[in-house]
Design a protein around this ligand. Structure first.
Ligand SMILES: Nc1ncnc2c1ncn2[C@@H]1O[C@H](COP(=O)(O)OP(=O)(O)OP(=O)(O)O)[C@@H](O)[C@H]1O
Ligand SMILES: [Mg+2]
Length: 112
């Protein structure tokens, strides 16, 4: 099992969510975050104005995926979130040791 973490531009959230639903993703967690990448936040445009502070608003998605679906999840995010401009974001994948669905006690792939 994998945890796919994606940091994207906030205005892409709805479209990414739809793409993930199309890829069969059954749940996700969304957080409003702030960050910067290689440009240190200085050259990014946010809502039409250049952002002059270091931290730029982003949305972080966390998606649990089985090993067999993780590539489809990554493709869904990247395919929609890429504009070609700086600040499009990052996707990274980490191993997950255990998942439990609290209501039923199901574990691992059955709990995703
Ligand atoms: N090395 C990193 N570690 C943690 N978070 C990062 C890292 N790089 C980027 N991020 C997060 O991702 C967001 C988007 O990063 P961004 O797309 O600007 O990366 P980049 O490497 O500068 O790529 P680009 O050159 O396309 O802008 C940042 O605002 C930050 O929240
Ligand atoms: Mg950048």
């Amino acid at each position: 099992m994998k945890l796919v973490t994606a940091i994207i531009k906030p205005h892409k959230l709805d479209e990414v969510k739809e793409a993930l639903q199309g890829a069969g993703v059954a749940g996700l967690t969304v957080s409003e975050v702030r960050g910067y990448g290689r440009q240190l936040g200085h050259t990014e445009i946010y809502r039409g104005a250049e952002y002059t502070v270091e931290f730029v608003p982003k949305v972080k998605l966390e998606i649990l995926a089985s090993d067999s679906t993780v590539d489809a999840v990554i493709d869904a995010v990247v395919g929609v979130a890429r504009s070609g401009e700086v600040g499009d974001g990052k996707v990274f994948v980490t191993e997950v040791a255990r998942v439990v669905r609290i209501r039923t006690g199901e574990t691992d792939d059955e709990a995703i």
